[in-house]
Write a protein of this length. Structure first.
Lengths: 101, 133
């Protein structure tokens, strides 16, 4: 499969080429959707709704091999999404090569 | 009921997680997969799809996982079907509380998409019971 972001691990390593290709397509779609996720998170005031958006990111990111992003989202969720914890989420999004506004 | 685990229903409100579930259980695991975006859709589709096992998200906007589980158990065709919660909550007391709702087991998100199809098998083997309808 195509090389992934520098800090991501590849769960599909060792799988058949067809499975690796399918996983790579899914991961590309997920990465392409990160700016929209980020926009939803920052446009929601800190509190339960922002925490819910971060909760969904926590659950999704790890499945796509983005463990550090998932961990940062979990930490932010636990605080309700304070601005300080969101900085770490943004940093991890940018670390996987995605630009957010 | 089925003597093999063939059909898996997934109930999950996040589209990216639904896609990785379809990949993990369908492409990797070879199961017939039906993904629903919420509990109400699952309640409508379960009698027709007749899943052998249900993976059920806990935090959903329309019906929560525990509410969906309770409603599924009211369907005659679903009474003996193992239902496994999926949750990104990882605190032991939270996990225990979820099991008290009557789920067969718990899968903690994020899950490994390459092993999920095998990880659910013990829940089907040990959690299935007689069902009707």
């Amino acid at each position: 499969m195509a090389p992934g972001p520098a800090d991501a691990f590849d769960p599909a390593a060792g799988q058949s080429p067809a499975v690796q290709a399918a996983y790579a397509r899914l991961r590309s779609q997920f990465l392409a959707g990160l700016p929209q996720r980020w926009a939803e998170i920052v446009s929601t005031p800190p509190g339960p709704s922002r925490a819910a958006a971060l909760h969904r990111l926590t659950g999704a990111a790890g499945g796509y091999g983005l463990t550090a992003l998932g961990d940062a989202a979990r930490q932010a969720e636990m605080t309700g999404g304070t601005d300080e914890t969101l900085h770490a989420v943004r940093r991890e999004i940018e670390a996987v090569g995605v630009t957010v506004p | 009921m089925s003597e093999a685990l063939r059909r898996v229903m997934c109930v999950e409100d996040d589209a990216d997680i639904r896609m990785i579930l379809e990949f993990s259980l369908g492409t990797v695991g070879g199961y017939e997969v039906r993904c629903c975006a919420g509990g109400r859709a699952a309640l409508q589709q379960a009698p027709e799809f007749k899943p052998d096992l249900v993976l059920l998200d806990v935090m959903m906007p329309d019906l929560s996982g525990p509410e969906t589980l309770a409603a599924l158990r009211e369907l005659p065709s679903m009474r003996g079907v193992p239902v496994v919660f999926m949750t990104a909550k990882a605190m032991p007391d939270e996990l225990e509380q979820l099991l008290e709702h009557g789920a067969t087991g718990l899968i903690v998100k994020p899950f490994d998409p390459m092993t999920l199809s095998q990880d659910i098998r013990p829940y089907w083997e040990h959690g299935r019971g007689p069902r009707s309808g």
